[in-house]
Structure formats: structure tokens, C-alpha cells
Design a protein around this ligand. Structure first.
Ligand SMILES: Cc1cc2nc3c(=O)[nH]c(=O)nc-3n(C[C@H](O)[C@H](O)[C@H](O)COP(=O)(O)OP(=O)(O)OC[C@H]3O[C@@H](n4cnc5c(N)ncnc54)[C@H](O)[C@@H]3O)c2cc1C
Length: 329
């Protein structure tokens, strides 16, 4: 058995991403079950100054690999650096996020470490000292449990927005060890990143999401959903049918091959509720479905269902919310 559970933190543009706190929380539950400590490897430019913050999410010690050349994620440089750090801390398991970068990183890291990878896990348990991880198989149609052979190192990536976050411990700081490294020579480099600065609410962080599917009939009709989203302070999502039709960008896609979201309120408009869509929004706290077909599968998952033509319902609903808000202010 290794000495700790080690998480891989995601540090981008001067801050830890929320997924890091989810991973730390899951790492802590696993570390407690194994009776070991929780440590983290954090790579990035300026990360050493922020690393102690991870103590709020129960991390005992952070190995910080800090260099201006590590500003942007690049598998070629991040993987060997993290593998070297892990070799020195003898982990019982390595846990990270199954974010876009995280999935890429997890696959390469586990190959380098000759470890067993369970990707995109939705649950991790430890029974009698044996780690088991639940993950989707057959394109999300069912779930399987992964176990590791004796002596094999588990590398686990956790699906974002699924693992419960611990309540932050405001005054706890992690011990930080700055690791001296020489940056590997790479064949490629990231010159710059163009971030979406349109001021839209990011889907994976949104409290309310209004999502439209094929029932929207065309890209021009999303103006109606944008309007509703504006009144509610929500983000706009889409089904794959809408994205594949070119009505919405892929960044808006919710589902198994899109984003996994966990808002307080998810309003599905003109979406049938295919299993691959439910895989991305099924854990939302409240689900409202608007569909003119009362037999649509989405209704079996919804807390509230509106059987109505969306082109009648959405403008009227937006108007009612607007009135309600102005009467409250
Ligand atoms: C490997 C794989 C991965 C996939 N990944 C994803 C994924 O990540 N996300 C995803 O969403 N899908 C994904 N899919 C596709 C998925 O199987 C469905 O095809 C897709 O979700 C259907 O999108 P939809 O509900 O918008 O369209 P449809 O299934 O066509 O449903 C449209 C709905 O709109 C309703 N409607 C039509 N007109 C109106 C109206 N005027 N008023 C009210 N309601 C109306 C209809 O009754 C219908 O229920 C994946 C599929 C595969 C095989």
C-alpha cells in the first residue's frame, strides 16, 4: 500500500479550477478509507504561491511544479514532470478530473506509469482496502465497476460535476514543497489560447441552464432561449442533435459526448431525453421539461413537465418571469 492518495490539481490562468476541489474531496474520502494522507501535484506558472489554498479541501501536502514555461497545459511536458514527482511520493492511488485536459493527461500518465486507468468515473469506493471505481461503458448505456490487480496502481479520473465537494475549511493551509525541475524539451508548444470572453455564464459552473434540442427547429429560434436565459441569469445549453445540425457550438453540448452539468435548475426545451443526454444533466437538482409529446422519455426524469408547444410556452414563460422579477424589485 502506498503512503498517500495523490490528486492532480488543475491550475489555469492563476487559479485552481473548481474540478480540483471536487477531486480533492473525492481523494479525501478515499484517503480516509485507506487510512493514508492526501497530497496533490500542482503544475503551472505561479502555482506555488496559491498551492497552500488546497488545504481548504483537505489536502495535507502539495508538490508544486512552478515555472513560467508551464503556463498552458501540454501533455508532452506535464506528463513526465508529474510522473517524476509521483515516483517520489509513492501513491496508493492517483485521482484527477475527467475534464478535457484531464482525460488526455490521465491516459498518457497511466501509460507512462504502467498503471491501470479508470476514466470518467462517477463513483469511487474502497471495500476492505480494495479500490473500486464505477464508470460508463457501451457509450453510457450501462455502468461497470473497475478493480485493480494486486500491486497495480489505480489511476482514476472523475467526471466533473458529479463528486460532492467538501465544505471548505477556511483556515486550513496545505504544506507546500516547491519541486525543482528541468523543463522537458518538447516538439510542440502552446503559443496562445483564445478564451471566450463574451461574458456568457459557463455551462459547467451555471446554477440554471436552459437547453434547447431539435424541437427548436432552427438556429434563429435560440434567440428565444437566450432571452429566457437572460431573465433567469442562466446559461444556454443544447442537445447533440442541435449541435450536429450546426445550430449551436459544440461547447454548448450537454451529454455524454458534451459537458456534464449539475445546476440547481435544468430546463430542457424540445429535447426528447435520450440516454446520452441524460448522462450529462441527470444529476441536476430540479429538471423541467417542455415538450409537445407527452410520451417523451425526458418526462420520466423531470420533476416538472410542461406538455405544450415550446413556441407558445417559452415567450409566455419569459414574460411571466420578467413580471415576477419586476414586482419583487
Ligand atoms: C455515442 C453517442 C453519444 C451521444 N452523445 C450525446 C450527447 O452528449 N448529448 C446529446 O444530447 N445527445 C447525444 N447523443 C445523441 C442522442 O442519442 C440523441 O440523438 C439526441 O440527444 C437527440 O436530441 P434531441 O432530444 O434534441 O432530438 P430529438 O430526439 O429529435 O427530440 C426532439 C424533441 O423535441 C420535441 N419537439 C419537437 N417540436 C416541438 C415543439 N414545437 N414544442 C415542444 N417540443 C417539441 C419532440 O417531441 C422531441 O421529443 C449521442 C448519441 C450517441 C450514439
Amino acid at each position: 500500500m502506498g503512503k498517500c492518495v495523490c490528486i492532480i490539481a488543475e491550475f489555469r490562468h492563476g487559479a485552481f479550477r473548481r474540478v480540483t476541489y471536487e477531486v480533492a474531496s473525492e481523494g479525501k474520502r478515499l484517503a480516509d478509507a485507506l487510512g493514508v494522507g492526501l497530497c496533490a501535484v500542482a503544475v503551472g506558472s505561479g502555482v506555488a504561491d496559491k498551492a497552500a489554498e488546497l488545504g481548504r479541501y483537505a489536502v495535507d501536502k502539495v508538490f508544486a511544479v512552478d515555472d513560467p514555461a508551464l503556463e498552458n497545459y501540454l501533455a508532452e511536458s506535464y506528463v513526465p514532470l508529474v510522473a517524476d514527482v509521483l515516483a517520489g511520493c509513492d501513491p496508493a492511488a492517483v485521482v484527477m478530473s475527467a475534464s478535457v485536459d484531464g482525460k488526455d493527461f490521465a491516459a498518457r500518465l497511466s501509460a507512462r506509469l504502467k498503471a491501470g486507468l479508470a476514466q470518467d468515473c462517477t463513483q469511487v469506493v474502497c471495500e476492505n482496502g480494495k479500490i473500486k471505481a464505477k464508470r460508463p461503458v457501451f457509450a453510457g448505456k450501462c455502468y461497470g465497476w473497475c478493480e485493480w490487480a494486486e500491486g497495480a496502481l489505480p489511476v482514476i479520473s472523475c467526471r466533473p460535476n458529479v463528486m460532492d465537494c467538501l465544505a471548505p475549511m477556511e483556515d486550513k493551509k496545505a504544506e507546500v514543497e516547491k519541486v525543482q525541475v528541468s523543463i522537458p524539451q518538447t516538439r510542440s508548444c502552446v503559443k496562445s489560447l483564445d478564451l471566450d470572453t463574451s461574458g456568457k455564464v459557463e455551462l459547467t459552473e451555471a446554477e440554471i441552464i436552459v437547453s434547447g434540442g431539435r424541437g427548436m427547429k432552427g438556429p434563429e429560434n435560440y434567440a428565444m432561449l437566450e432571452e429566457l436565459a437572460k431573465v433567469l441569469g442562466a446559461a444556454v445549453g443544447a442537445s447533440r442533435a442541435a449541435v450536429d445540425s450546426g445550430w449551436r457550438p459544440h461547447a454548448d453540448q450537454v451529454g455524454q459526448t458534451g459537458k456534464v452539468v449539475n445546476p440547481n435548475l435544468y430546463i430542457a426545451v424540445g429535447i426528447s431525453g435520450a440516454i446520452q443526454h441524460l448522462a450529462g444533466m441527470g444529476s441536476s437538482k430540479f429538471i423541467v421539461a417542455v415538450n409537445k409529446d407527452s410520451e417523451a422519455p425526458i418526462f420520466s426524469k423531470a420533476d416538472y413537465g410542461v406538455v405544450e408547444d415550446l413556441f407558445n410556452f417559452v415567450p409566455a414563460f419569459t414574460e411571466e418571469i420578467r413580471k415576477l422579477k419586476s414586482s419583487c424589485s
